[in-house]
Design a protein around this ligand. Structure first.
Ligand code: ADP
Ligand code: MG
Ligand code: MG
Length: 209
């Protein structure tokens, strides 16, 4: 109960893949409004490749697992979100190290490192209308709830990610393709923040068993 095993982390990735597949057309429609109408297609292609690869050969340690995930996303997803999600998972794995389980604090460290990687790579700040607006408050909520265990902390993170996603609606985009629209990007949900909320929903669901 207090620890998260590799099998649960694989369940997280499988659940994220399923949610992205279910929401593929919605994510793509969001991107049609303020981008180039490919976000759901990009991420669905990438997560399908990830899940296929994990079914063929599941790494035994957390760092190896997320190295596979990150490299697969970088190589299969075109566009901004592939390298950004890829970096999230690569940094997550490096921070976790060659272990076969994480405790609540270890998961906090890995999640924080993942978000740090997205920020380092994409240079977005909170308020720029990107996936950072869902990821950053989610990890902060996880850290605040870490003492209540990974399951509760992940549930808090998921709620914070969804609030962060919704807060992107009035924002004016300052990074990525949506920034080309300037003020006209306001009034729309950010597609990447929406998929990032699915990532935290998947974690909460996987840890809830
Ligand atoms: P592309 O814009 O190249 O077609 P996607 O449509 O797959 O890529 O992803 C778009 C999403 O990527 C945006 O909704 C936004 O959340 C995210 N994004 C774009 N640029 C950045 C950035 N510099 N930092 C963080 N997130 C970004
Ligand atoms: Mg796009
Ligand atoms: Mg594109």
């Amino acid at each position: 109960p207090g620890t998260v095993e590799v099998a649960q982390l694989v369940a997280w990735l499988e659940t994220f893949g399923r949610l992205v597949h279910e929401e593929r057309d919605h994510l793509t429609a969001l991107d049609a409004a303020i981008g180039d109408a490919d976000h759901g297609l990009n991420l669905d292609r990438g997560m399908r490749a990830v899940v296929e690869r994990l079914h063929a050969d599941r790494p035994a340690t957390v760092d190896a697992l997320f190295k596979t995930v990150g490299m697969t996303l970088v190589s299969t997803v075109g566009g901004a979100s592939g390298p950004l999600y890829g970096t999230f998972f690569l940094r997550f794995g490096t921070a976790a190290g060659p272990v076969d389980e994480l405790d609540a604090a270890g998961l906090a460290t890995a999640l924080r490192a993942g978000v740090g990687g997205v920020v380092a790579r994409g240079k977005a700040e909170p308020g720029d209308k990107t996936m950072v607006d869902a990821l950053e408050p989610a990890v902060t909520a996880y850290e605040r709830a870490v003492g209540s265990g990974p399951e509760h902390a992940a549930a808090a993170a998921s709620e914070a990610a969804e609030a962060g996603r919704d807060a992107t609606i009035p924002m004016v985009a300052r990074k990525g393709r949506a920034s080309y629209l300037a003020e006209r990007s306001a009034g729309h949900l950010d597609p990447g923040a929406t998929s990032s909320a699915l990532l935290l929903r998947a974690l909460a669901d996987a840890l809830a068993g």
